[in-house]
Every structure is written in C-alpha cells, then in structure tokens.
Design a protein around this ligand. Structure first.
Ligand code: SF4
Length: 434
C-alpha cells in the first residue's frame, strides 16, 4: 500500500472551519497528514521533500486486516504516528465535538483507527464523521467507523446535521462557496495551498464519483478566488497554489480567473494535478497558463481506444489531445510541465491500449502518468461489476484499492502486467525529462 503527499489538504474541513467561525464557533484543526507539523518534525525531522512542496509521508508498517491477509503487500500507516496524534489531542482543551473527515473508501481502516484514538483520549466527546467515504458508503461508515454520528453529503447539509446532533440549530442559508474562503489560518507552516475555483463537473464518466458528490457544476466568482490567492501569496508567503477542481476549464471562468491574477499581480507557481479536459485547452488558455507560471498541467488522456473513450463518458478523444498539446507546446510548455493521465486496468481494457497511450505520449513528448483503476462505490462501473458478480456490494473496500485489486481480480490486469506498464512509463518519463 502506498500514499504520497501529492498536494493533499483536507479542503472540506478547512471550509467547515470557516463556516463554524462564520457562525461564532471556535475551531482548531489537527491534520494528521501535515508533513510540516511542528510536533511531527520534532518526532521525525526527515521531510522527504520532492518538488513544489510535494513529498513522502512518514510511514510505519502495521498489522494487515484479515481481508488482505493472503495478499503479498505490506500494510502501512501514513502521516502522524499514533503517539503524535495522542499528544496533539491532549493539548486541546474544552472540546464539544470532534469532526473527522474521510477521503478514499479503501482508507476506511485509517478512519476507524483515528476515531479509536480520539475516543480513547476524549471518551465523553462525540465524534462526527463526514467526507467522501462517509458519503459514498454511509452504511459501512455507520457500522465500522466508530463515529457517534455519520453525516454524508456535500455542501452545508452535513454540517447542519452535525450541528443539529449537537443541539445547535443553524440554517447556514447562504452561498458558502462564493462567500467563504477555506480557513488556511489553521496552518502555522503550510508550504502550499490547495484550492477549488469550481464545484462538480458537467461530464459523467463511468468510473468517476464527481456527479455523486456534486449535482451541478458551479464556479466561484473569479474575483473572489483571485483575491484569496493574492492573500495566500502576499500575506502567508505561499509560493505554490494547487487547484483541485474537477473541471476547471469548463466555461469562461478560467480565463476570467487568469485575467484577475494578472490584474491583482500574483507571483506564484500554479499546479493542476487533477486532470484537465483536453478539449478546452485552446491557444488562449495555454498562453494564459504560461504567462501565469503554471508548472504542473495534467491532461486526462485515460485511454487511446475510441470505443472505450465513448463508452466511459466521451470526455476526450485523440484529436482533442493532439490539439491541446500543440497549443501548450506553442505557448512554451515542455514535458517537464505537461503530463497525461492514462488509466490502467479499466474493465475490458487491454494492455495494448495502455501501450498505445504510452506511444502517443512519446510522440507528443509529454510525460505519462499511470492511474490504476479503482471501482468507486455508486459509479456506473461499480454497478456493472457488482451486478456482473465480480464482487459483492458489501466487499471490504480495502480490496478495491488499486494496488490490491490486481491480486484477486482475475479478469483484470495481473500485478506483473501493472508493474511492466509502470516500468515502461517510468522509463519514458526519464527519457523525456533527461
Ligand atoms: S471529466 Fe473528470 S471529473 Fe468529470 S466526470 Fe469525467 S473523470 Fe470525473
């Protein structure tokens, strides 16, 4: 099992912190994945810093859950060791409730373990669980997480429910996304900031949960986003700003945002690690990105097979990719900044499809970035796999982790095939970037 700080911040909790402060409730944050936390650095001063603030988490091997006992992989905890979390909790006084977030469904053992430690240290304080895992698998979370209350959903609804559970009635009846910034004041020493300038995505790819989390595509006023970025760079001294939007290039908002950046004079490096839509990378967009110092641009190539491109949602075709790369190259970007996401192990995918995508990357001189498929609960592909008898709906989500899946999913790629493809991608990346 592996995890890497490729710009991870608990953005939902940072918005909750802003919302709580907005209604007069104090909050503090313990981010167990903060590699720059003072306490963690005292415990282990090794940073593993890579580039632009990314890097390795501190990790320790822990006993495997029974469900993966026969899988030849080690099981690890990433981020704070248990004693660091316990120390942090002991420093906090007069707490009325602890909100825990969750991300990947297959990380649920980490959620359970975190709640176990909180309950151990603060037995009388209620624990509320929200986040992606709680939203996609609420019944599983109720059964196994140990939380007193599970609040699935996005927007302000889960927070309203959590406050109601605590006897606080708040309508939170305002446009939180437009009016509030995520609360970065909770970090003493952040090296980068993760933001979103829009919510949701108008596409519906069969393997993606975006439409299960957000029922429409909404963009924040670019003036407000630019003002906050200016604050983060000028007042907090952050030099790396990372946008994790699902569909940042949809509509005219991105160009307006770039114009605002220029107008307010922002000096920073920008990153788009979440895969942008090739069809929206026109020459003007590429030039604006170059002028504004974008350093990481990931394009969603996913598969080179036209039939699979269509059957998985039709968000991209090869013509879109060629035009996008032409525009980005003409603007001045190289393989150091541009890379393409390629899915590996999609249901029905052949190894040859991945190899073709790698050849396209080589031809276009862009770095490949392999993305191993994980069935996400509630998606079209999850439903097809469960109804086709590949696995039961109540499977331990850990078995669906992309590094575990090849060990038991006989119709998919073998671990050896995945390794072979990874090595080809690494070698191509090295050649392109030498
Ligand atoms: S385009 Fe991207 S974010 Fe939108 S549904 Fe497809 S994979 Fe998800």
């Amino acid at each position: 099992m592996s995890a890497y700080d490729y710009w991870l911040k608990p953005l939902g909790l940072l918005y909750i912190s802003s919302l709580l402060k907005h209604i007069g409730i104090q909050s503090i944050l313990i981010d167990c994945l903060d590699r720059y936390d003072d306490e963690l650095i005292t415990f282990s001063p090794k940073f593993g810093e890579k580039y632009y603030g990314t890097g390795k988490f501190l990790e320790s091997e822990i006993p495997k859950p029974r469900s993966i006992a026969s899988i030849p992989r080690r099981f690890k905890r990433f981020g704070f060791p248990e004693e660091v979390l316990r120390k942090k909790i002991r420093q906090v006084k007069n707490v009325d409730c602890v909100f825990v977030t969750s991300m990947m469904t297959y990380w649920h053992y980490g959620v359970h373990d975190t709640i176990r430690i909180i309950k151990d240290e603060m037995p009388s304080v209620p624990v509320v669980l929200g986040g992606v895992y709680a939203t996609l698998l609420p019944e599983h979370a109720r059964r196994y997480s140990g939380a007193d209350k599970v609040c699935p959903g996005t927007g302000t609804e889960p927070l309203k429910k959590a406050l109601g559970f605590l006897g606080i009635n708040e309508t939170l009846d305002f446009d939180w996304f437009d009016e509030l910034d995520p609360d970065y004041s909770v970090y003493k020493s952040a090296r980068y900031a993760v933001l979103i300038s829009s919510l949701g995505c108008p596409f519906k790819c069969t393997y993606c949960a975006s439409s299960l989390l957000w029922n429409s595509f909404v963009r924040r006023d670019p003036v407000k986003t630019a003002r906050f970025v200016k604050h983060l760079t000028a007042s907090k001294g952050l030099s790396d700003i990372v946008f994790f939007d699902d569909a940042i290039l949809v509509g005219s908002g991105f160009k307006r945002l770039m114009e605002e950046f220029e107008r307010v004079g922002i000096k920073a490096r920008f990153h788009l690690p979440n895969g942008v839509h090739a069809r929206f990378v026109d020459r003007e967009t590429a030039d604006l990105m170059y002028m504004n110092n974008f350093k990481t641009i990931r394009i969603g190539l996913e598969t080179s097979d036209p039939a699979m491109q269509n059957s998985t949602g039709g968000k991209v075709n090869l013509d879109d990719i060629f035009v996008a790369i032409e525009n980005l190259s003409a603007a001045g970007f190289t393989s150091r900044e541009i890379s393409a996401y390629i899915m590996v192990n999609l249901p029905g995918q052949s190894e040859e499809d991945v190899l073709t995508s790698l050849r396209i990357c080589e031809e276009l001189r862009i770095s490949p970035s392999l993305n191993e498929f994980t069935p996400i609960p509630g998606t079209v592909q999850w439903k097809e796999l469960t109804s086709g008898g590949v696995f039961d709906e109540d499977i331990d989500p850990l078995l669906l982790d992309n590094s575990i899946l090849p060990y038991w999913w006989k119709e998919g790629f073998s671990p050896e095939a995945v390794q072979r493809l990874k090595e080809k991608a690494w070698s191509l990346r090295r050649r392109l970037n030498d």
